[in-house]
Design a protein around this ligand. Sequence first.
Ligand code: PBG
Length: 337
Amino acid sequence: MSRPQFLTNPSFPRTRMRRNRQTDWSRRLVRENTLSVDDLVWPVFVLDGENRREPVASMPGVERLSIDLLLDAVGEAYELGVPAIDLFPYTDDTLKTPCAKEAYNKDNLVCRAVRAIKAKYPDLGVITDVALDPYNSDGHDGLVQDGVILNDETVEILCQQALVQAEAGCDVVSPSDMMDGRMGLIRDTLDGAGYQHVQMISYAAKYASAYYGPFRDAVGSGGSLGKGDKKTYQMDPANSDEAIHETGLDVGEGADMFMVKPGLPYLDIIRRIKDSFGLPVAAYHVSGEYAMLKAATQNGWLDNDRTVLETLMCFKRAGADVIFTYCAVEAAKLLQK
Ligand code: PBG
């Protein structure tokens, strides 16, 4: 029998790639990566009041919860073995000002939520977001003057914000604002106040992305930002070397873990950072990615459970150690099956 030229693979038929794939036990043996509940961080949205629960329309299955209800929700995550949560506040418009002073109010919603959660679940990791957008009347992560996002003035406020969060008892501060030099100055501020043990996750490579839209609905910053964008501080999606430069700076400034955000469209960046530094890398499977997944699965176009687990596994394969995902609780349940 004459075979076409492309089939004359010299290692065939001795080498057959399908041999290792033919049974479940064998596929398990040769599997290179594993996904476990230990990899997951659950971002949650908190709002003021009691017994309040508001669905986020663009994020099916995600709700803003008042602290009392949030305690039950994070309790479930804790019982399922999710190591940590990441807290984001929905701030009442009346508390938003151009100088974002609610950000460093010791009794703001985030600080109250941290105290309540740590009192009930001391072993659950609590991560707080450091950025001004929930508190700023213009929806930016920094102070705005004449249309310019001020860097150094913003960093001073971020230091105060991180400090009240540390005082409230958070385990990790995670500055998501992309101002220059903030990691080092926040580290100095925390250390100076006796919070050397508080960890820092740097959003080292955070891109100016359209995928954050649903999140801005969830925290209520989208309306204030309007048609504005964050391109003068978040990274250009066209860039990759710059992510290495950013991460290198944050290594020097004392960050403990390094985040890439968004997630799936940026798996190449995760891999490059992991290979370049060999340090703990976190991926953020962001709101827009979640919205796309849920839109398709709710329409019956994709199988929800398989898509969720495959997506999260891809982060592991790309080199992520930690995955921030709104799917954390459902994934934890799926992983128990
Ligand atoms: C802002 C912040 C954003 C997210 C986390 N922190 C949005 C933004 O930069 O505008 C996005 C998270 C998501 O989309 O899930 N400090």
